[in-house]
Design a protein around this ligand. Structure first.
Ligand code: 5AD
Ligand code: SF4
Length: 450
């Protein structure tokens, strides 16, 4: 294939989790050499990719209504003599590919997560006006090998090390859409991390659906892989997401106390504070175990902050179960959290369980839970005021002398400073906070990267 001369407009809409954010970046990267430039307007785009999420019903519905809107752009552009290619990627593509092809004739290409590296070829075929419509998928290993990670801001990057899940929580579609767990060999992960560091990346977030279940060849488990990643010169900060409580091994917990590059912030989904519900969810841990992991983490790394996920209104959840969730939240104190109403997903065991909870009850419980969680988040951010935090500079602010960066706790920090450049880690005295970010003033630099 030859390189295009005039840039073609590419619009990508990303739904769902960080795996999808990561995949969208990779799709953009793989298409860039073929003359595709990113636009934020779908109406003028030559190629529209919807990178979809199947985890809750609402996310799936959104895809079909967005396809309806895109059909109008496509018809209008066709009247102007222009071709618009519409591709559906991600988990809805994987789970409902054939149904999309049937229900939405306006879609040219359906591509599952394993086939993204073939996108240029697939799109060229779909855009050829032959009327050919394609449904594509390949194996997990092929995808990892063909698409090197890149950093959107040059300083932070995701590095995907594991895909899929064998946990089979009874509410979740991931084991069906993303398939069985697959871990990349350690050598490939380390080589990719080294290449990111060479390009100036300072903070790597190791990514996987069940990242701490990593069991790739050439490493003795996930803690060993992290330890070796931390030895790479240039990588100053490490994070990982999303982890499962049953995979929090002693070695991994201990590493939080031993490895300063491992940031003191962990996303550890709990889903519910009721043992009865955790059992029905097939979470494979109880509340006592979750609290114990948190205690052990805090003993190893006293400044660690936690984030989590909750589902409210799981089938059979009573007011008493929900109270147990509120109690857990009050006891642990989360720096941030995601919470969702249970959404019944066809084909999952929970969908056919007894005791589905009324929508209005779910909504009311979610509102109560979110009120507590947001006040905890505000309090956590406010508690940083007066402290000096090491901030990784990610770029310039809008006004001169303003910079933005990331705290160890993943908070966005806006601060005043004229000297620091992207990639530096500088001390910032925090003077203000809001629900989602911090403001501050530079104190001193702890690391200058030439
Ligand atoms: N309904 C509601 N929330 C869900 N999640 C996963 N499946 C469902 C579902 N069927 C939530 C869980 C998970 C997060 C990624 O999405 O909290 O941790
Ligand atoms: Fe889904 Fe449970 Fe696997 Fe997470 S651990 S991806 S919630 S099945």
């Amino acid at each position: 294939m030859t390189e295009a001369r005039t840039p073609k407009q590419l619009f990508i809409e990303t739904y769902g989790c960080q795996m999808n954010v990561y995949d969208s970046e990779r799709m953009r990267d793989v298409l860039a050499p073929f003359g595709y430039a990113l636009t934020d307007r779908p109406d003028d785009a030559d190629l529209v990719i919807l990178n979809t999420c199947h985890i809750r019903e609402k996310a799936t519905e959104k895809v079909y209504s967005e396809i309806g809107r895109l059909r109008e752009h496509k018809t209008r552009r066709a009247d102007e003599g222009k071709v618009t290619t519409i591709a559906i990627a991600g988990c809805v593509a994987q789970a409902e590919g054939e149904e999309i092809m049937r229900r939405a004739p306006t879609v040219d290409l359906v591509v599952g997560p394993q086939a993204y590296h073939k996108l240029p070829e697939l799109i060229a075929r779909a855009a050829r006006k032959t009327g050919e419509r394609l449904l594509a998928d390949f194996t997990a290993q092929e995808k990892f090998d063909a698409l090197p990670a890149r950093s959107p801001d040059g300083v932070t990057a995701f590095l995907s090390i594991q895909e899929g899940c064998d946990k089979f929580c009874t509410f979740c579609v991931v084991p069906y859409t993303r398939g069985a767990e697959f871990s990349r060999p350690a050598a490939a992960v380390l080589a990719e991390a080294r290449s990111l560091a060479d390009k100036g990346v300072r903070e790597v977030t190791v990514l996987g659906q069940n990242v701490n279940a990593y069991h790739g060849e050439g490493a003795e488990g996930f803690a060993d892989l992290l330890r070796r990643l931390a030895q790479i010169e240039g990588i100053e900060r490490l994070r990982y997401t999303t982890s499962h409580p049953v995979e929090m091994t002693d070695a991994l917990i201990a590493l939080h106390g031993e490895e300063p590059k491992l940031m003191p912030y962990l996303h550890l989904p709990v889903q519910s504070g009721s043992d009865r519900i955790l059992k029905a969810m097939n979470r494979k841990h109880d509340v006592v175990r979750y609290r114990q992991i948190v205690d052990q983490l805090r003993a190893a790394r006293p400044d660690i902050a936690l984030s989590t996920d909750f589902i409210v209104g799981f089938p059979g959840e009573t007011e008493k179960d929900f109270d147990a969730t509120l109690r857990l939240v009050a006891d642990i104190g989360f720096a941030s959290a995601f919470s969702f109403k249970y959404s019944s997903r066809p084909g999952t065991p929970a969908a056919v369980m007894a005791g589905h909870v009324e929508e209005s009850v779910k909504a009311e419980r979610l509102a109560r839970l979110q009120a507590v969680l947001s006040s905890q988040q505000r309090a956590f951010n406010a508690a940083q005021e007066g402290k000096s935090l090491p901030v990784l500079v990610t770029g310039e602010g809008r006004k001169s002398g303003q910079k933005h960066g990331r705290s160890p706790y993943l908070q966005a920090v806006h601060f005043e400073d004229s000297e620091a450049g992207a990639g530096d880690i500088v001390d910032v005295r925090i003077v203000g906070s809001s629900q989602n970010s911090l403001t501050g003033v530079r104190v001193d630099s702890t690391l200058e990267v030439a």
